[in-house]
Design a protein around this ligand. Sequence first.
Ligand SMILES: Nc1ncnc2c1ncn2[C@@H]1O[C@H](COP(=O)(O)OP(=O)(O)OP(=O)(O)O)[C@@H](O)[C@H]1O
Ligand SMILES: [Zn+2]
Length: 654
Amino acid sequence: MAMASERQFAAIKGAKVLMVGAGGIGCELLKTLALSGFQDIHIIDMDTIEVSNLNRQFLFRQSHVGQSKAKVARDAVLNFRPHMSITAHHANVKDPEFNVEFFKQFNVVLNGLDNLDARRHVNRLCLAADVPLVESGTTGFLGQVTVHVKGKTECYECQPKPAPKTYPVCTITSTPSKFVHCIVWAKDLLFAKLFGDKNQENDLNVRSSDAASSSEHAEDVFERRKDEDIDQYGRRIYDHVFGYNIEVALSNKETWKNRNRPRPIYTAGVLPEELSKQNGNMDTIYAADITTVSAMASLGLKNPQETWTLMENSRVFLEALKLFFVKREEEIGSLSFDKDDQLAVEFVTAAANIRAASFGIQLHSLFEAKGIAGNIVHAVATTNAVIAGLIVIEAIKVLLKDTDNYRMTYCLEHISRKMLLMPVEPYEPNKSCYVCSETPLSLEINTHRSKLRDFVEKIVKAKLGMNFPLIMHGSNLLYEVGDDLDEDEVANYAANLEKVLSELPSSVTGGTMLTVEDLQQELTCSINIKHREEFDEEKEPDGMVLSGWTQAPAAVKDDKKSIGNGGNASNALEHELAEANRDGEMEEISEPSVKKRKLSEVSIATILDGPEATADEIKNQKEVEKLDDDDDDEEDLVMIDDLNSVGNKKTRLQ
Ligand SMILES: Nc1ncnc2c1ncn2[C@@H]1O[C@H](COP(=O)(O)OP(=O)(O)OP(=O)(O)O)[C@@H](O)[C@H]1O
Ligand SMILES: [Zn+2]
């Protein structure tokens, strides 16, 4: 970055900044803010430091494992910038203390988060408090920085985000065709059934319509029997899920008409007698630290990048199950899958592989399985550093209210049009966005069948991302949460939750307008109810369809315009992102938001010079550097090698 000007210095010095998230991006960001001269920073992060963070979250050391990220990050930076004011909050940004009043004290909010839920929440608070937000995300080599200023640019939610990838239940429970289906089965069904909450709903026992035989089995097949030792239990589970269940599924001929039939697998067929009895050598395991309990280790399997044979997977399966019962018994019943839990990853890898073998799907290594199960694209520290730099550049523009020069920047994996960093002009607010404008939404729902609870869970919480919702029909309160409710109200709302919409005290039917509010986010939206009888189970699994906020009308228009110009310049980028989006791994990258924008006609050199380039310079440049979609026509593009051509002297490709 070029040296800051006087004006920039003044803005930096006087700014009070809120940084949310002190992980991969956050650590880089805090360092860059400190080195750029920022003086007053608040940090919110709810997590403690884990060993797996240390490779890239460089403010943290081995000795900090288990401590608050926010606090350790603060202390680390105060070591080299002792006069800064840094306030650390070891807390969830969704906690009620971080209300609109709290947000109002800041000049800008910078996000270094890793989930949609928290991002949406911060977006709403920034809108309510009228504080600009610089939002960011990285996935491997890909990254993006976007600027959200109320009334000036689109908000974080103006473009609908891609729904996280889900799979039809029957694909997971009975007809897997890809390895990821086996992983989901192993993790969300089998692991959850064996080691998680026993009372949760679980589709593991759903098999062909043969209810009679399953009824006696279904209930307690996963319970360990009194007279059973742990080896017997493990083998019984194995034979049940990989053998018996597959036999039952095969008995439904219809299912396999056009599919390859799976093969049942039993321990007896896979493991030599003595191995299936006496598995690993548990004496070599140190029981002290659960993170070192490992089936691989006790079986002498060393390389996580090696694909195990069916026999090895079977041994890992039985050994991991046994280790859970012997070494981690107190956790059983409350475990949920965690990609940083070695034993859990071993179990899930083995189970997924055995299932894959049964269905003729290729087996995978633990390393690969872990990536799929944890939805991980391995983090690249450099991407985080680049993104953090871009966040600071945009933050400075925001502080200077340099509106014309705000840019959304995408960091690509491969050079495209001679660029690795793609600057894009921010879009105007989407007038049909329910978050930053007041456009009502529509909901198609069966008002005679869906309960208020379904509406609250599937729409208000899951789709609208509300935390503390309140639902009104006219002036009648139908539902509310909060600490200050009296007993009657609590009972009343609990009763309402179980009623179908049309039978609520104030009947909700086709044509009803509901008002849904979140008091913390200070967000209100109106929902137009439309009654509909039937829903497609596969395509509309929620049994309701929310609409009204889909696409910026402006964006659609723009699209047409760019077709005339030979297509949209961001196609290459779109392709890049789509490629990286295999199996929905890219939760942070809002793919659709990219499609509708035209690339700004600004070169990388300008972006890196950011705040110093004047509007006029950019305008001049616009005239000479036109980015269109014709790949052969590259004469106007600035080359990536030209990064070191400083200032306004821009070299162009000839
Ligand atoms: N609701 C929230 N409130 C406060 N902090 C949050 C919230 N959601 C996420 N975070 C923080 O955002 C940070 C995101 O950092 P990052 O993406 O590097 O994830 P990580 O958990 O550190 O690493 P990884 O997920 O790759 O193991 C985390 O430190 C996490 O605690
Ligand atoms: Zn919006």
